[in-house]
Write a protein that binds this ligand. Sequence first.
Ligand code: ZN
Length: 489
Amino acid sequence: MTGKKFSRRALMQGAAGLGTAALIPRGLWAQPAARTAAGPAAQLPARGELLIRGATVLTMDPAVPDLGPGDVHVRDGAIVAVAQRIEAPGAQVIDGADMICIPGFIDTHFHLWNALFRVFIRADVPALGYFPVTARLGPLMAPDDSYRSVRLGAAEALAAGVTTVHNWAHNTRSPEHADAELSGMRDMGIRGRFAYGTPVGMADDAPMDLYGLARVKKDWMPDKDHLLTLGICSRNLGALTIGGSAAAASRGVLTIEQIKRDWDGARALGLPITMHTSGASPVMELEKAGLLGPDVQFVHPLLTTPEERAIMKTRGVSYSTSPQLEARRASQLGVIQLGELLEAGVKVSLSTDHIASISCDPFASMRILFALHSHRIGAKVPLTLKRLLQLATIDGAVDLGIADRTGSITPGKRADLVMVRTTDVNMSPAGDPYEAIVSLAMPTNVDTVIVDGRILRRAGKFTAFDHAKIVAEAREAALALRDKAKWPS
Ligand SMILES: [Zn+2]
C-alpha cells in the first residue's frame, strides 16, 4: 500500500470539520483499473429434487413440529414433505448431520443500492459517515452502478442466510435504475420486494415518478420465477433527528399533502408502502389523514407512544427494526421498542438496513435484540429465542405479504432453506438448536442456502457466482464514483 499513513490525528482533524481530504489515505482507495463490463449474469442452478437428510429442523410453523433429526423433501422448488424419515429415490441427498435447517432469513429493510460505499465509510468519523457519503455519491450513480451494488449486497445477504430481501431503493434515479436493481436481484436468484423510491437529492415538492413506477410494474410483475414483488419506499414525514442535512437530502422530508399524493399513486397501482420513521413518530398525522393500513410498513421503532401502538395494531401496520444500527443511535433519540410493540400486538420484523457500515448478520441482529430486551425490559414481556427466530423468518414473510410462499418449512411452500453447521469452533459441542442459532451462530457457519429450490450456496461457497468478480466490479464502480465527484476535495 502506498500513500499517507492512516493516522488517528488525521481522523480527529477530519471529525473537527477540516473536510475529508486530510483524513483519507489515498493508498487505501487505490485507483480503479479500466472499467470492466458488469456481469453477465451467471446461469442460476436448476431446481432439482432434493432430500435434506438427518438435520435438526426448526420449522417456524406451529403445525409442523421441529425435528431432530429429520428430513426435508424438495421438488421443483417446492417443499413436498417434512418428516422424521422420507424415502425419495432419485433425489439429490444433502447430508444434514450436524446441521440445523431453518427457513431462510427474511430481511425487511435493506438498501442494496449503497452497499458499494462501504469502501469509504468510517463509523467513528462523522465526515465519513453513512449519510455524508451516500448523499455525496448517490446522485452520481448510473444504472450500472446500482446493478453492481445490488449484486454485492445480495451476495452478502445470501451468504448470511438471507433468502428474501426487501430492497429499499431510495435512490431510484430513473426507471432504468429500477430496471438495474431488479436485474441485480433477479440475477442473484434472491427472493424479494423491490421498493421503488425517489432519487437522493430530489426536491421535496417533486412527486415521485408514478409513470416510471407503473412502467416497471407492467414490465416486471409478475416476474418469470415469481420471486420478486414491487412496492414503494416513501420519503419521510416531519423532521429527522439523525444524520442532519445529509440525511434529509437522502431521505426527503415531505408534508402530509405530499405524502398523500405519493401514497395515493402507489395505492392506485395496488402497491405497498414503506417509510422510515427517523424522528418524532409520524403515526398520529398519518392516522388523521386516513393513510394507515395493512399495506404500510414503518422502519426504526424507537419513539412510538402507547396510543400510536394501539393505532398501528388496529390498522395492521408493521414495524421493521434494524438492531445493529439502531443500537448505535444516541439514547435520547429513542430505544428499540420491541417489547412495547410485541405487548401491543403490532407486527414486527427484522432488518439489516444497509451494509455500507455494518455487515449483514441476522444472527447478530437477533442477539442484539435479545440483549437489549433483557437489559431494558426483561421478564415483564417474555421473549424467547424461538420468538426471535420467528421474527427473523415467518414474521418477515407476514410483513412483506408473502407468508403463503415462504418464511417457514411447510409442505406446499417454496423451498427457501438454510443449513447451519454446528461443528464449527463457535458452535460446538452442539446443544440446544435455538441457543445455537440465536446465541452462537455467525454467517460463516451458514453452509447451504437454497432459494426457491435452487442451491445457491453449498459448503459455504456460491455455486454459480464468482464472488471475487462481484466484489471487484462493485469496488471499481465505487472508486469511479469517487473520482467523478472529485472527492475528497
Ligand atoms: Zn433504512
